[in-house]
Design a protein around this ligand. Structure first.
Ligand code: SF4
Length: 378
C-alpha cells in the first residue's frame, strides 16, 4: 500500500471511529499489532459492519494491495456414503440408500481425463467417510491420478476422512500421513473443522473427529511438510464467543507451525438437513465474519471466500471485507453446497468470468497455484 493510500485510511478511520471502546482496537490494527480475543468479540458485537469492513480492508490492502487470487481447479467427490450423521449435512447417504454414490477408479480417471488439455492446476478431493475404504484404497486413487496428470496439485481428504482411513489401516497418524504423501498427496483441505467448541460440536456432529484431533492432524501434516487450509462452519448454533475461540485455536496453531495456506469461513446453508429451523445468516453477518477473520488471523496470509457456498455476488462483495482469494473455476464438480441450498446449482465459472468478477470489484486478478505462487497477472 502506498503512503498516500495508507494515510487516507488513517484519516477516514479516525473520522468514523467515534466509539471510545473501539479506539484502542483501531489503534492496534493501524499499527499492525495483534488484537486480543476480547477485541475480536467487541468487533463481532459492533453493529457498524462498514466500519469493521474498512479495518479489514486496510489489513487486506497492507498485505496484498488490490491483488485477488484465484486458481483453476476441479473437484472430485469419490463418494457421499458416510458413517457419520452431522446435523448440518445435506450431502451424505448411508450405504444402501438410493441417494448413495461411489465412483470407482475408472470413473475417477475418466473425470481427470476429461480435463486433458485444459490448464487446470489443482484437483480437490473430498467426500464422505466410507466404512469400507482405507488409506491404501485412497492412496491408490492419488497415485493413479498423479500418473495421468503429474502436473496437477492433489489437495485431498479432510481431517475427518484422514482420521478414519488412517485408523482403519492400523497406522499411526504420522506414518499414515507420510504414506499418503508417498502416494502423491500434496496438501490437505480445511474441511471438517466445523466449530471447535466441544459443546456445540457435540450438538451438531457428535460422533466425528474431535476438535483436538482435527488440530493434531493438521499440526502433524505441517510437521511432515504437508501444508493445509483451515475452515470454520458458522451461522448455526454457535455464538460470537465460539467463533472467536475457533479463530484463536487456529491462530495459536499457525504461530506454532505456519503450515496453513488460507482460512475459509463456511456459511451454514439450511436446505435438506436437520438444522433447517435455524435459518441462515444475513449477507451483512457474512461480511462481518470475513472482516473479523481477516483482522484477527494476522498470521494467515490469505482469507478465502468459497463462492459455491455463498454465491458469486456475495463473494464479489467480500473482496471489500478482507477477502483476497475467491478460489477456483470449480467447473460444476462439487455437490456439497448445491445440495444444501446454495445459489449456484451447478457451480462453475470460466476463467474469464472469474477475472471479470474480480475486476468489477476494482481488484487485480492474479492466477495462483495451490501454494499461492503467482502464475499470471490479469
Ligand atoms: S459433513 Fe462430512 S462427515 Fe459429516 S455426515 Fe456429511 S459427509 Fe459425513
Amino acid at each position: 500500500m502506498n503512503i498516500d493510500k495508507e494515510s487516507n485510511y488513517h484519516r477516514i478511520i479516525k473520522i468514523i471511529s467515534t466509539k471510545p471502546e473501539l479506539e484502542q482496537i483501531t489503534k492496534k490494527i493501524l499499527s499492525n499489532k495483534r488484537i486480543s480475543t476480547d477485541d475480536a468479540l467487541r468487533l463481532y458485537k459492533e453493529r457498524d459492519v462498514g466500519f469493521v469492513g474498512i479495518l479489514a480492508n486496510y489489513v487486506r490492502e497492507k498485505m496484498h494491495g488490490d491483488k485477488t487470487f484465484f486458481n483453476r481447479n476441479f473437484h472430485i467427490e469419490p463418494t457421499n456414503i458416510c458413517i457419520y450423521n452431522c446435523k448440518f449435512c445435506s450431502y451424505s447417504s448411508k450405504i444402501n440408500q438410493n441417494s448413495a454414490w461411489e465412483y470407482d477408479i475408472d470413473k475417477i480417471l475418466d473425470i481427470v481425463g476429461s480435463y486433458k488439455n485444459i490448464p487446470v492446476t489443482e484437483v480437490h478431493i473430498v467426500g464422505g467417510v466410507h466404512p469400507n475404504r482405507d488409506l491404501h484404497y485412497y492412496g491408490n486413487i492419488i497415485s493413479c491420478i498423479k500418473k495421468m496428470r503429474p502436473d496437477l496439485h492433489i489437495k485431498a481428504f479432510s481431517a475427518v476422512e484422514l482420521d478414519f482411513m488412517i485408523k482403519k489401516s492400523g497406522m499411526t497418524l504420522e506414518d499414515g500421513l507420510l504414506e499418503l504423501k508417498k502416494y502423491g498427496l500434496d496438501s490437505i483441505p480445511g474441511g471438517g473443522a466445523e466449530i471447535f467448541d466441544t459443546k456445540i460440536r457435540k450438538e451438531i456432529c457428535d460422533e466425528k473427529t474431535s476438535s483436538l484431533m482435527w488440530l493434531k492432524i493438521h499440526e502433524t501434516a505441517h510437521k511432515i511438510g504437508l501444508p493445509s487450509n483451515a475452515t470454520m462452519l458458522y451461522g448455526h448454533k454457535e455464538n460470537y464467543s465460539h467463533r472467536v475461540d475457533h479463530l484463536n485455536k487456529l491462530r495459536i496453531l499457525q504461530d506454532k507451525t505456519a503450515g496453513f495456506n488460507t482460512f475459509i469461513p463456511l456459511k451454514y446453508r439450511k436446505v435438506n438437513n436437520d438444522l433447517t429451523h435455524l435459518g441462515e445468516t444475513t449477507t451483512i453477518e457474512d461480511m462481518k465474519n470475513f472482516a473479523i477473520s481477516r483482522i484477527f488471523l494476522d498470521n494467515f496470509n490469505h482469507i478465502k471466500a468459497y463462492w459455491p457456498g455463498i454465491g458469486k455476488q456475495a463473494a464479489q462483495l467480500s473482496l471489500s471485507f478482507g477477502v483476497d482469494d475467491i478460489d477456483g473455476t470449480i467447473d460444476d464438480s462439487t455437490k456439497i453446497y448445491s445440495m444444501a441450498g446454495a445459489e449456484d446449482k451447478n457451480p462453475k465459472m470460466t476463467t474469464k468470468e472469474l477475472i471479470s468478477l474480480i475486476k468489477q470489484a476494482n481488484r487485480i486478478a492474479v492466477e495462483r497455484d495451490s501454494l499461492y505462487n503467482i502464475l499470471v497477472f490479469k
